[in-house]
Design a binder for this molecule. Structure first.
Ligand code: ATP
Ligand code: MG
Length: 643
């Protein structure tokens, strides 16, 4: 074992959270699962014995224009190249190939606007829309390799634009429609976009957000100027159109032919640039490419979500996040599945919008985020009961640790204790789900279970040595995987430094986790958010889960604040559940509860009850802001954070 450098930051963590509950899959789930426990075991063995053959088999499930020379070129790590020499286009797999099969007339998209309007598109209809717009983009002069920024909410046109851009070999970069003019400008500049696609306005929380106006403001800030701007009608509000630069989407596509071949791409040609949410610092422009990304996303989508032709699949993530890219658009479309998109606020006009939407379309698979689940828990179990949720057969979660309490609530009140609940761990950088159960797995609430076959993840200390079971450490990925990032746009040095320099030869995720004796992983939060309490190193997520398990607590963020005597103490920021008021008796009760749940080490210092917690636009708690405030330090980059 390598010598342990004395950097307290990377010493193993203690674990306080011990969850004993176990949920076994029902016999009928086991019988129907696409990947049975035996098949999963075999896949693990195969992937371990010959990982390249394992991924090559996955690649063979897709259509290529020309076969790869090699599965993996690892000659210059960490710049790995998957399927070099392979000729392909992800859009061919998401669209064109379905037109020759029974999937042609199947629904590709069910879209619901916030006011309640609904549009559906079959694969054939989507195909024709994409081709028309692809031709229009070519007419505007957009070429292979050009970057196109999409500043759009979740609309059918957003999916059409993503696929049209990729089809002609250009590179899309979605910017979440809630971002400010400044954040948008930064991203247009960084990507040096030749074209920006947006909408006049859209509906969010009962209001119209004038998106074209924000884009105009962004472009007035100076910097890189795109040559063309395309505007889709959505809210039919007045916008200013600049002659020679701005074009209406509907007018552009009217004259275009509904046929357009896919540009033949190399596996390692860029597909998109997507900026991370900025929870831990300045957002990074993560680059993904056609070949490896389509293989990783297609395989994981089919296996994890166990998809079959009768499913109605709904991923609630905005298209502007990686989850929207991989598992609302590319994954489901490559599988020929029906995917639901929703434009607006999840609690509009009432807190049961999610449940009524599931009932309206007969959603069978729901993939969502912990922040929304915790929000909905606050409204109680009566709301979902008013709706027919019996079509649901699978539940998934991603984005933050799903606290055991939230896990059990979702499983019981939404999943009827029958639907497997898949807590999936992955990142913008990984492109695809990395650690997750499959429907036939044995589940432990709060655990993301085990790495998927073909993924070699481990928990290590600063020297890269595995930490003993039940101790926490750095979560690393030890071998390359197909959908891995190709790099950070325009910043190869940052790519090497951030991800590959801390633990030699391994990809650093930036998260901390512990592995239990069954090899199950339990996420403990971000490495930056580890606290030191009385000499014990504790992940923020464990303390937060301990608090959230009290019925008075809807949401909690715990950070370490400096203390003259003890070095550091834990301070909690708590959002109370409906019907609870901050009071000294409650503070006492919560502190006692935490010790009961996690043991005597879990000592809380101060507790505060703010009106809200600072979050990224994707809804994640940004602890570094709370920490900086407590320490009177500069907060750093906040372009990704809600005002
Ligand atoms: P930034 O990198 O700019 O700080 P971000 O990390 O929030 O932003 P994403 O790539 O969207 O951007 O999120 C990935 C992170 O989300 C993971 O590193 C992890 O911290 C968290 N995460 C995702 N899924 C899970 C999960 N199932 N359990 C616990 N944490 C998760
Ligand atoms: Mg990150």
């Amino acid at each position: 074992m390598a010598e342990h450098p004395d950097t307290p930051d990377f010493a193993p963590l203690d674990s306080l959270l011990h969850e004993e509950r176990v949920f076994r899959p029902l016999p009928e789930t086991l019988a129907a699962a696409l990947v049975s426990p035996a098949r999963l075991r075999q896949a693990r063995e195969q992937a371990e014995a010959d990982p390249l053959a394992f991924w090559e088999e996955a690649a063979e499930e897709l259509d290529w224009f020309g076969r790869w020379d090699q599965v993996l070129d690892d000659a210059s790590p960490p710049f790995y190249r998957w399927f070099p020499g392979g000729r392909c286009n992800i859009v061919y797999n998401a669209l064109d190939r379905h037109i020759q099969t029974a999937a042609k007339n199947r629904l590709a998209l069910i879209w619901e606007g916030e006011p309640g309007d609904c549009r559906t598109l079959t694969y054939y209809e989507l195909f024709r829309h994409v081709n028309r717009f692809a031709n229009a983009l070519k007419s505007l002069g957009v070429r292979k390799g050009d970057r196109v920024v999409l500043y759009m909410p979740s609309l059918p046109e957003t999916v059409i634009a993503m696929l049209a851009v990729a089809k002609i070999g250009a590179v899309h970069s979605l910017v979440f429609a809630g971002y400010s003019a400044k954040a948008l400008k930064d991203r247009i500049d960084d990507a040096r976009a030749v074209c920006v696609i947006t909408v006049d306005g859209f509906y969010r929380n009962g209001r119209v957000l004038q998106l074209k106006q924000v884009l105009d403001d962004a472009l007035l800030l100076g910097g890189h100027a795109p040559e063309t701007v395309v505007v889709c009608h959505r809210a039919h509000v007045d916008v200013e159109m600049q002659d020679g630069r701005d074009y209406w989407y509907e007018e552009l596509v009217r004259a275009e032919r509904p046929q357009c071949p896919c540009e033949v791409m190399d596996s390692n040609d860029m597909l998109f640039v997507l900026y991370t949410s900025g929870a831990t610092g300045k957002p990074k422009g993560i680059v993904h490419t056609h070949g490896g990304y389509m293989v990783g996303v297609s395989r994981t989508f089919r296996w994890v979500f166990d998809i079959n032709p009768t499913d109605i699949y709904w991923c609630t993530a905005d298209l502007g996040w990686i989850t929207g890219h991989s598992y609302a658009v590319y994954g489901p479309l490559m599988a020929g599945a029906t995917t639901v998109l929703y434009e607006g606020h999840p609690l509009y006009p009432q807190a049961d919008r999610l449940w009524s939407t599931i009932a309206r379309y007969g959603v069978t698979i729901l993939y969502t985020v912990p922040t929304l689940i915790r929000m909905l828990m606050r409204f109680g179990k009566e709301l979902p009961r008013k709706h027919d949720l019996s079509t649901l057969r699978l539940l998934g979660s991603v984005g933050e640790p799903l606290n055991p309490e939230a896990w059990v609530w979702l499983h019981k009140h939404i999943g009827r204790q029958q639907c497997p609940l898949l807590d999936t761990w992955w990142q913008t950088e990984t492109g695809m789900i990395m650690v997750s159960p499959l429907p036939a797995s044995l589940l432990k609430p709060g655990s993301v279970t085990r790495p998927l076959p073909g993924i070699v993840a481990d928990v290590v200390d600063a020297a890269g040595a595995p930490v003993p079971p039940d101790k926490g450490g750095l979560l690393v990925i030890k071998t390359p995987w197909p959908a891995m990032l190709a790099g950070i746009y325009n910043d190869p040095d940052r790519y090497v430094e951030e991800y590959w320099s801390v633990i030699p030869g391994a990809y650093l995720t930036g998260d901390v986790a512990r592995k239990d004796e069954d090899g199950y992983l339990w996420m403990q939060g971000r490495a930056d958010d580890v606290l030191v309490i009385a000499g014990h190193r504790i992940g923020a997520a464990e303390l937060e889960s301990g608090l959230v398990s009290h019925k008075a607590v809807a949401e909690a963020a715990v950070v370490g604040v400096p203390d003259a005597i003890r070095g550091e103490v834990a301070k909690a920021f708590v959002i109370l559940a409906e019907g609870y008021e901050p009071a000294s008796a409650l503070i006492k009760e919560l502190k006692a509860h935490l010790k009961r749940e996690l043991g005597p080490v879990a000592v809380l210092g101060a507790m505060e009850f703010p009106a809200s917690l600072p979050k990224t636009r994707s809804g994640k708690i940004v602890r570094r802001i709370l920490k900086a405030r407590e320490r009177g330090e500069e907060v750093g980059d906040v372009t990704g954070v809600e005002e």
